[in-house]
Design a protein. Sequence first.
Length: 487
Amino acid sequence: MSDINPILSSSAQSIAAYQDAIEQSTQAVVAWLQQPEMYQGKTVEQLRERIQLSFTSQGLGNQVAIERAVEYFLKDSLSVHHAQCVAHLHCPSLVISQAAEVLINATNQSMDSWDQSPSATIIEMKLIEWLRQQVGYTAGDAGVFTSGGTQSNLMGLMLARDAFFARQGHSVQQHGLTGDLSKIKVLCSENAHFSVQKNMALMGLGYQSVTLVKTDAFSRMDLSDLSTKLAQADANGEQVLSIVATAGTTDAGAIDPLAEIAAMAAERHIWLHVDAAWGGALLLSEQYRHYLDGLELADSVTLDFHKQFFQTISCGAFLLKDARHYELMRYQAAYLNSGFDEEQGVPNLVSKSLQTTRRFDALKLWMGLEALGKKQYAEIIDNGVTLAQQVAQFVTEQPQLELVMQPQLASVLFRFRPESGDAAAVALLNQRIGDALLASGSANVGVTESDGVTCLKLTLLNPTVCLADVKLLLESVKACALQLLKA
């Protein structure tokens, strides 16, 4: 074994090595932050050829390993803080979130049991209590931090499924699925996140269990069609175990009519899960909080903090209205969450999570709220929504651009509209605009579809971006389009 101990510990040698590695990495990040390009512009083929593994018998040492990571990873990473990086729900991060990551990584707490994360467990529980208050739930700590929306949605759907069978006297946990599974359905909008289908397949009910409800002109769930789909389910002898509403669809940022959907679900004793992975940021908003009216009526809620809460990936949460439903996934292991611990009031969060080993990602949100305060947090969240409205107005004033849909959160859907060309040609042109801008390294603009129309998307999360920045980007879009038309 080498004379140099590579483990982080209290020894003078380890502390010195840690400080050197962190300083070297920090200096590299500072240099990367100052790169003028949003992306260096390498293709998939170029990166595949360029990146080579170098695992030697003796090892390269920390300094060289970091140098190689800087050269082959950092320099060719997307600058998510760049003003023209607006393709996805991929936010720049708070400085304090970066500081939190240092503490999280150095302490390496595991959130499955209290004796592996004593203070971290209590902080997470108190944050869950606070988040429940923001939603409008009763006091309690039913909820847990997750890796993000897909996992939180899985927890909501899994508990909805198990509650559905429990009402019929059957335990899925003990005995598995039973009956004619083709008759069990989940309803969500046409624009709901694809994790609904993925999770239903994962739970053994398949894509066929998902019934899509039509949406209105603003991509929100159509209440009339929801009523029709529920009636059709009854007529077909089908049972609906959950309705999944969305508060912030990926493209349009659409928020379904939550209160009305909740009323329809309650009337039929159907579990309502709300995927508020994006729109949940409005819980802190001073201007747009009312967009989430009715969220408090949901049986479970998904929140993501690595979107418009500006936390580093990953950081999400699942909130459960009625803590009793956690009994549906309860499992005790003597080495993690023993009955003795429970009798002594020791909180072991593994009982609330699909994960066992889990990072202390809650620290990032806690430190963010403490550092910024609710007012500044509200300002940077509201900035994106207001900016999207300003950009939409500007787009309508440009003869070569067409606004596809009025913005609802912080995204703008539009397309370049040439003087001539059929629908297929216009669609291909807009796809090529997005590809060309990324290849040039100058901008990352989303390409998506809205009601069958291929369009470009600006996701305006970055609170440092202003209307002037977006106007420059739109000029780049127009210039790129004209160049492609001439080619």
